[in-house]
Write a protein that binds this ligand. Structure first.
Ligand code: PLP
Length: 436
């Protein structure tokens, strides 16, 4: 009888994977808390929350119970012309948590789509008001916003998008404001773009640029960028697909801001990592630009599974857990542990950057080789941690810890110890590269 892995290799095409050279996929048959279990019983500590989606641990019994109850009540209904209790209740509850400018919830089913919708909403907001000249989007050079064509266009120059680059729409770029110099440059460039009167929106990942390398920057700079856009009448779209639901220490990264975005994109942690669901939220002003006797001013966008009731039930259950005192204390505890660990390694010669925002910790290794997603150090680090039972997925020469909130102090200590042990591997790697 062929193994699960062998059967997989006959029929499946995995994401972000060179199928010829990648190792065989690991058969995971069970999850509990922060652990994933291989079919042979080996446990892996999920230190990246399974691509940043999991909040409360795997196979959480409360979420499972709520999902199961919803499945027996209503599994799905078309969302044009119909509504249902989980969608309405979730929208009401999300609005209680979101920055006060957000007034409407538009459902979809993944992060890329949430961003795609945000971009379309912003563009049509002006189109509906006869301002067709506003046709330019501004985004960070190092941004990552997803996999669809709009989201790829908005993302920075990533190696994996090469084949499609000539199909992208033009996006005006500013550097991510990770240093005071870059912040000044970003602000000056942005203002120059805005002065043309052609910009409809500035799209950004607030405080932490995820796939770009977990690059972190100050809330005060983002406040200045948003304020500048608003002075020139352009909209601001916050992509909180990764940062939402407590990752940065507060419910949303935008909670650190004085200024507020006009549109927000959420997914990943929305259902606690249980089911695919996303929302794009907007201000009353944005919504009002579509409110008309003219049918052509409607927002013509929708997916088959828009506002899936089971996904909404999972999101409601995840919100219950997120609001609990225990979860809020865990977020504060993990943030404090990360901060303490950062202090112990910040000056290590193997590292060029150690940054932390809330529950996200990022360490960038000094390497003399090309630093990219395809850096061979990346693979060495990945297997180094896997051999120690820890799932960390380096972004090139950057490793980061972004754990589920149920991760205990002992589990964090294991992760930190493995990271410290990896410094030697990296020093050895640098010597090999220099010699070669
Ligand atoms: C900031 C950000 N936006 C959008 C996306 C795309 O989300 P999805 O993979 O659910 O399409 C991601 C995915 O990593 C992301 O980090």
């Amino acid at each position: 009888m062929p193994s699960l892995t062998e059967r997989d290799q006959q029929v499946i095409w995995h994401p972000y994977t060179q199928m010829k050279t990648a190792g065989a996929p690991l058969p995971i048959v069970r999850g509990a808390g922060s652990y994933l279990y291989h079919e042979d019983g080996t446990a892996y500590l999920d230190a990246v929350s399974s691509w940043w989606v999991n909040l409360h641990g795997h196979a959480h019994p409360y979420i499972a119970e709520q999902v199961s109850a919803q499945l027996l009540q209503l599994e799905h209904v078309i969302f044009a012309g119909f509504t249902h209790p989980p969608a309405v209740t979730l929208a009401e509850r999300l609005l209680q948590h979101l920055p006060s400018r957000q007034a409407r919830i538009f459902y979809s089913d993944n992060g890329s789509t949430a961003v795609e919708i945000g971009i379309k909403m912003a563009r049509q907001y002006y189109y509906n008001q006869g301002e067709q000249q506003r046709c330019r989007l501004v985004a960070f050079e190092e941004a990552f916003h997803g996999e669809t064509f709009g989201a790829m266009s908005a993302s920075g120059d990533h190696d994996f998008n090469r084949a499609f680059q000539d199909q992208f729409f033009e996006v005006w770029r500013i550097p991510a404001p990770t240093t005071p110099d870059r912040a000044r440059q970003a602000l000056a460039l942005l203002e120059g773009y805005l002065q043309t009167g052609e910009v409809y929106a500035f799209l950004f990942e607030p405080l932490v640029l995820g796939a770009g390398g977990m690059l972190m920057y100050e809330a005060s700079v983002l406040d200045e960028l948003i304020a500048c856009c608003h002075r020139y009448g352009a909209l601001c779209i916050a992509d909180e697909v990764m940062t939402g639901f407590g990752r940065t220490g507060r419910t949303f990264a935008c909670d650190y801001l004085r200024e507020q975005p006009d549109i927000m994109c959420l997914s990943k942690g929305l259902t606690g990592g249980t089911l695919p669901l996303a929302v794009t939220t907007c201000s009353a002003a944005v919504f009002d630009a579509f409110w008309s006797e003219d049918k052509l001013k409607a927002f013509f966008h929708g997916h088959s599974y828009t506002a899936n009731p089971v996904g909404c039930a999972a999101a409601l259950a995840s919100l219950d857990l997120l609001e609990s005192r225990e979860c809020q204390e865990n977020i504060a505890r993990i943030s404090a542990r990360h901060q303490a660990f950062r202090a112990t390694v910040v000056d290590h010669p193997a590292l060029v950057r150690v940054q932390q925002t809330g529950t996200i910790l990022a360490l960038e290794f000094a390497t003399s080789s090309q630093t990219s997603y395809f850096n061979s150090l990346r693979d060495q680090l990945y297997y180094f941690f896997m051999e120690r039972g820890i799932l960390l997925r380096p972004l090139g020469n950057v490793i980061y810890v972004l754990p589920p909130y149920c991760t205990t102090d002992e589990q964090l200590a294991d992760i930190y110890a493995a990271i410290q042990a990896s410094f030697e591997l990296v020093e050895g790697f640098a010597e090999t590269v220099d010699a070669g």
